[in-house]
Design a binder for this molecule. Structure first.
Ligand code: GAR
Length: 219
C-alpha cells in the first residue's frame, strides 16, 4: 500500500483484512513522507513499513524507480493507493497496469484532481462521493470499479462534507478491494470485468453508515 498522510483508509483496509471481509493480507506499507501518521496504523498492526522520501530524489522518474523496486521486493498481487499524493510516471503505472487501484474523493469522472469537496460545494452539487478505480496514466481517469454517494447537506463546509465522504470511503475501499481479492473484479484491456463481464457503469455501494447518507440536523 502507498500512503502520504493520515492513513484512515489504510486503517479501514487493515480492519477488513483482520475481520475477514477481505481475503488478503497487506504485506507492506510505503510512505513518501517520513512521519506520515498512517505509518502508525501499520506499525500497530505489525505490518512492514518503508519510507521512500521523494525529496531525496533528483526527479520524479528516479523516485518512481525506487518506489517500484521497493514494492516489487514484496511481490504484491495488488498495489493500493490510499491518500498517496504524488503523481506517478507513465513508466511506474505501466509496471503495475491492471493491478493498481486508487480511491478518489469524488464521483468520477466529475471532479478529477485536488480540492474536490470545495469544488463540489462551489458547483452547487447536491450529491458527492468517492470512487475506487484502476490506475492508468491519465490522472484520476482509470476505469471505475465502485462508487459511494453522499448528500451535500445544507450548511456544509469543505470539512463537514469531507468527513461524510471519508465515512463512506471507509466502507467503499474494503468492499472494492474484497471484490478484487476474491477474483470477481479484474481489469482487462482498460475495462473492469465483474464476474467475467464488462462493467457498464460503476458498482454502487449501498451499505453505508447513516452518518454518511443522512443530513443530520437538517429538516
Ligand atoms: C482520502 O479522502 C482519499 O480519497 C484522498 O485522500 C484522502 C486520504 O485520507 N485521495 C486523494 O485525494 C487522491 N487524489 P487517508 O490518508 O485518511 O486515507
Amino acid at each position: 500500500m502507498l500512503i502520504s498522510g493520515r492513513g484512515s483508509n489504510l486503517k479501514a483496509l487493515i480492519d477488513a483484512c483482520t475481520d475477514g471481509r477481505i481475503d488478503g493480507r497487506i504485506i507492506t506499507v510505503v510512505s513518501n513522507r517520513p512521519g506520515a501518521p498512517g505509518l502508525e496504523h501499520a506499525r500497530a498492526a505489525g505490518i512492514e513499513q518503508t519510507v521512500v522520501d521523494h525529496r531525496r530524489f533528483p526527479d520524479r522518474a528516479a523516485f518512481d524507480r525506487e518506489l517500484a523496486a521497493t514494492l516489487e521486493s514484496s511481490a504484491p498481487d495488488l498495489v493500493i493507493l490510499a491518500g498517496f499524493m504524488r503523481v506517478l510516471t507513465p513508466e511506474f503505472v505501466a509496471r503495475f497496469a491492471g493491478r493498481m487501484v486508487n480511491i478518489h474523493p469524488s464521483l468520477l469522472p466529475a471532479l478529477r484532481g485536488l480540492d474536490t469537496h470545495a469544488r463540489a460545494l462551489a458547483a452547487g452539487m447536491s450529491t458527492h462521493g468517492a470512487s475506487v478505480h484502476f490506475v492508468t496514466s491519465e490522472l484520476d481517469g482509470g476505469p471505475v470499479i465502485m462508487q459511494a454517494q453522499v448528500p451535500v447537506c445544507p450548511g456544509d463546509t469543505g470539512e463537514t462534507l469531507a468527513a461524510r465522504v471519508q465515512l463512506a470511503e471507509h466502507r467503499l475501499y474494503p468492499a472494492a478491494v474484497a471484490l478484487i481479492c476474491s477474483g470477481r473484479v479484474q481489469c482487462a484491456g482498460g475495462t473492469v470485468l465483474y464476474d467475467g463481464q464488462p462493467l457498464e457503469r460503476p458498482l454502487l455501494l449501498d451499505d453505508l453508515p447513516e452518518a454518511a447518507t443522512q443530513c443530520i440536523g437538517s429538516p
